[in-house]
Design a protein. Structure first.
Length: 348
């Protein structure tokens, strides 16, 4: 069954209107769920209080959804899985803010914007960091832009509130520029990709598979990738209410995600076969994407969250979020993390 849901306007939008796209004010999503709901099964497990888990994923593809591992694991427990797709992390975070998503995977930046806007969310696991080759600032191959300092005064497109936002700010700093030195334009990835391929913008900050596609379709040249800049790795986020009321369910979900991630790391060619029909991209592009991606999870640790705090502080300093935030306020306590963290990832 397919359902298209338009999210209502909330106070969230009023708080972020000064630094997020007006186009983020309405998010249309398609929820794809099982045609037949699994039978309701009574369980005595105090860690599972819901019959439905709403999972959010991005248009760049999600193996967990494609493989259906959560459905297989949760059906005997009487829990149904509903999926909602979003163009990027900020839109997914807004859906979580209004109760449409319980758990979702995003980059390091969207949770910071969401927390600054008052969303009640928590970090539940960290994704393994990559070498940063799957995210980059790109220009046309024949562009006169040769260095980061050449971006001064140029139109640079990216998705505000995404990991690309952080990459851009750090790269500009590396090139001796300020955020105010460029013409910053925010567009969702698919719209930005079309504009870039048509040569309508000077530079684009994006991630795979959009990056790999631009390299092949438009012979895009990488000005600076995220290596050494934005390699914190993304996160699995949950609404605080859902995580605290369903710790056993969260643990099971993270366990399945990590198990699939470990399989994906050992079977890249199989990953390409799975993603190809889902993303409708040439396998040669997906081979590049798969080589640059990482899979599997890490537990939430003080070191990871200290790095996340540094990113949040930078955004506050650059005034791209309205106030300083304390990342620890979006964390669970040690006992709660012990309850939701699978042993397979807590040993890494």
């Amino acid at each position: 069954m397919n359902r298209t849901i338009e999210l209502p306007r909330t106070n969230f939008f009023k708080k972020v209107s000064s630094y997020l796209l007006p186009g983020l004010l309405t998010v249309a999503t398609t929820l794809t769920s099982c045609a037949v709901a699994p039978p309701k099964v009574e369980t005595n497990n105090a860690g599972i209080k819901t019959k439905v888990v709403n999972m959010g994923y991005q248009s760049s593809g999600d193996l967990v959804k494609i493989q259906g591992v959560l459905e297989k694991r949760l059906q005997p427990l009487g829990v149904k899985v509903d999926w909602a797709q979003f163009p990027a992390g900020p839109q997914l975070m807004e859906a979580m803010n209004v109760g449409r998503v319980d758990i979702g995977s995003v980059g390091e930046t969207p949770p910071i914007f969401a927390q600054a806007a008052g969303t009640s969310l928590v970090y539940i696991a960290s994704r393994k960091p990559s070498e940063g080759k799957g995210s980059a600032i790109i220009v046309q191959n024949n562009s006169p832009i040769r260095t980061l300092s050449d971006l001064k005064g140029k139109k640079v497109v990216f998705q505000k509130g995404s990991a690309s936002h952080y990459l851009l700010i750090k790269a500009l700093e590396e090139g001796g520029l300020k955020y105010s030195d460029i013409q910053a334009l925010s567009l969702p990835p698919t719209e930005a990709r079309s504009a870039f391929i048509q040569g309508k913008i000077d530079a684009w900050v994006t991630w795979d598979p959009h990056l790999a596609l631009a390299q092949q379709a438009a012979n895009a040249r990488i000005l600076r990738n995220a290596n050494g800049i934005a390699t914190q790795g993304g996160f699995y986020m949950a609404s605080r209410k859902f995580a605290t009321e369903n710790p056993e369910l969260v643990r099971i979900i993270l366990e399945e995600i990590d198990n699939l991630g470990q399989w994906a790391e050992k079977n890249p060619s199989e990953v390409v076969k799975l993603l190809s029909p889902e993303l409708k991209l040439d396998k040669s592009i997906l081979q590049t994407v798969t080589q640059r991606r990482t899979y599997g999870l890490r537990p939430i640790t003080p070191e990871i969250m200290d790095n996340q705090q540094k990113i949040a502080d930078l955004f506050a300093q650059e005034k791209v979020i309205p106030k300083k935030i304390a990342i620890k306020e979006a964390m669970l306590n040690d006992e709660q993390y012990a309850a939701i963290t699978p042993r397979t990832i807590s040993q890494k």
